[in-house]
Design a binder for this molecule. Sequence first.
Ligand code: CP
Ligand code: NVA
Length: 309
Amino acid sequence: MMKLIKLAKKNFLSSFDMSKEEIIHIFNIADNFKNNDFDIKLEKKVLGLIFDKSSTRTRVSFQVAMSRLGGTTIDLNPTTSQIGRGEPIRDTSRVLSRYCDVLAIRTFNQADIKEYAKWSSKPVINALTDTEHPCQALADYMTIKEEFNGFKNVVLTFVGDGNNVANSLILCGALLGVEVRIACPKGYEPNPLIVKKAKETYTDKNLLKITNDPNSAVQGANVIYTDVWSSMGEENKKESKDKDFEGFTIDNHLLSKAKKDAIILHCLPAYRSKEITDEVMESKNSRIFEQAENRLHVQQALLACMLSS
Ligand code: CP
Ligand code: NVA
């Protein structure tokens, strides 16, 4: 039976909070959970979930992961708690971390999740902020690893908005040494600080490319990834973003420029006919639902590592 290692950092707020070795360890544990080959019990442990934005996958996969580990979850949001009435994060966090053993939080500003972590006596997990989605990136790279038996010579092209999902793909890709190409319209490039940190981490900084041309970016790629054009909190930008992202739809024409056996990933939810066509989503190249399933396995592994010692 595999031994769980304790993660060096208490919190998982960014993809950069784990080392390459820790990420690989999470994949191995997740693999064992997926194959029903690993049984650890965390009875009486409680995960507190705080969702300031909507969620299907993250909410349910965390709840199921905790339940499979023998623990329970409490699901909070601004409407049903005092968070919506403006109770300061430093108070909410100190109180919740006295009841719960770990907190997973989905909110807007990265600074807010850092504030939760600062005041929490228990580990805090980023369940998506405007800046990062590190749990998503773990599931994404686990799906890629399963498909290609590792990461050697894998080229991942992300076509879309250079925000939270792209940022975490960049950071996790840098740690794993995967070639990552980001194709986004002008003005939608990923966070420059994240790009800088990633370039400093890659042994070959040319493995990260940012471009405004989706056609050249998908040439010879093994993985084509996209995300919604308008993220949660950007509902009022929908019209202008739809215009700005014209030409960035993953369709059969774009797909034909990638490797023949290229796989398609999407973090979901998807807007068919915007960032991806129905045809591509339902094609034999799509691994989108395997990817969604892996959210459960990587998060179960993450919770097991965080809570078992
Ligand atoms: N991919 C993802 O985080 O999905 P949800 O918004 O449904 O949690
Ligand atoms: N970029 C999207 C990801 C959803 C999982 C958003 O933030 O809404």
